[in-house]
Design a protein around this ligand. Sequence first.
Ligand SMILES: *Cc1c(COP(=O)(O)O)cnc(C)c1O
Length: 631
Amino acid sequence: MTDWTTDDSAELYGIRRWGNGYFDVSARGELTVRVPTADGSIQVALAEILDGVRQRDLRLPLLLRIENLLDAQITRLNEAFRNAIAEHDYPGSYRGVFPIKVNQQRQVIEEITRFGAPYRHGLEAGSKAELMIALASLPADGSLIICNGYKDREFIDLGLRARQLGFQCIFVIETPAELPVILARSRALGVEPRLGVRVKLSTTVGGHWNLTSGERSIFGLSISQLVEVVDRLREAEMLNTLRLLHCHLGSQIPQLDDIRSAAAEACRFYQELMNEGAAMEMIDFGGGLAVDYLGTGSSDSQSRDYSLAGYAAALVETVMTNLTDPDRPPTIITESGRETVAYYSLLLFNIFDVTRFDPAAEGLIPGPEAHPLLRKMASRLERIGAETPQQNYREIVACRDRLHELFTAGQLSLRDRALAQELLLAAGRRLLRQSPGQQLPADLQTLREDLAAIYYGNLSVFQSLPDHWAIGQLFPVAPIRRLAEKPQCHAVIADITCDSDGRISRFIADRGTRATLALHELAPGEDYVLATFLVGAYQETLGDLHNLFGDTDIASVRIEADGGFVITREDRGDSVADLLGYVQYDARELKARFRATAEQAVRENRINLPQRQEILACFNAGLDGYSYFET
Ligand SMILES: *Cc1c(COP(=O)(O)O)cnc(C)c1O
């Protein structure tokens, strides 16, 4: 046995770096979730939760939502601003709104409004559908709803009526074309609007989503459009309805300096609008609060170089230094989506098969009558242990290439070709053993990845981790058990879609990233389960139905102060019939057609009637089944 400890596993998978205090490893080697309680915190093993969920007939892959984490994140966000405001003696206040697009699932929005109620946390809507969600989810007692996005007459009518009902519903003007419609509908319905303006800042930021920043941003008013909107409002004697300045530089902004500069510029716009005579009350800094997926606390685009407290303090300080009128301190608003929901969901999936690139133990010694190239490979293999290992390895590769040509030309048998492959794998392994942790020359750089095992995961990257596929976003991955054992196998994870893009082949490492993940050798029949973390933001509705793998089963749990847990919701994922329905196949019609095919086979005596029954039962069960690998 090794002297490997659970701390080594925590370090290897980075759990304490990206976990935000929510995830850890127990002494028994199980991955745990830790949630705050009234007098401290409590830890529960994910494996224990999974067992409880499976006993209720939910299946893997499973999206697990832990309500306590959402509650904790909303609390942390609001408390961070409360503390910053208290520390700086800021005379104004903070209101958070959750941007619905980040996770629109009904249960998520319901929980956000429930946990956010003590802080009067509001919602941000970017479309008519999202406004309807907001109106149905929040109480009409001054709840804050910020309406971004392009607004047609229907959207505007609904938002104005919402004000009549008692919602604090604010239209953020994205383009001057919206204003005349808002003014006309306001007159027609006799409801005064509350308005904001979204400005394009000239500050540009780092990170992946920086196209929403800078003057070429597709969103928001240019400087001359802003002047035009102010003039029109003044003409209509409606300048007093302009209350909010909005800016949004994009999501996942890694550097606090960028946030500070942008906020300072936004404050200048705010001041100028006050000078113009607008009745300004709120400054909305949009989203951008980043999640540290890598756990490096750095300015990498998938990390952040600041804390939540640092973010809140930076915004409060910037407002205080730039907007100094003590009688009119703006309410500070943020639309933090990613940070609010990322931690809350994780995806559990099992490994259903493994392909290894290891040589078989025996049969590596070509006999005296074997092809000379095979014998040469074997002799070079011996020498890898001694001098110039890399040179010997390259010669082995050259022999293998030549043998492939001979195979194609019909001059080498299947078994000899297999032997060549084995010798090459043995050579690769030996070379890696020879140079552990060493930098290999450029042509051999990918050797470690080339020899990595492929673990087949029961998930669809396209459905459950779309940002990993689309933009290379990394999500932490780790096994949920066996963390007291040293993982011996370097692996990549292929998904079930049979698409070469359906894979996880970049992982977080202690500094930066790596191409393989250390995993445990599977014991025969073992149920080896991995978890992908921080998937609560953006992944759920971006997911697509590639190869017709659909929504996974979902379980929501609430962890109790005594360490027990309650499963508050179970949702079964799409059946095969559901998925076929999305692409316009009708399950009943499919069954009827297949029945006709079976009937024909009976008539032609290819199958008998009991066989027909069996075949149809199999087809029907398939339609009702889960789209993923069922065990
Ligand atoms: C997407 C979006 C957000 C959310 O940004 P996060 O970085 O996820 O917090 C906020 N406001 C607007 C206008 C957005 O488009």
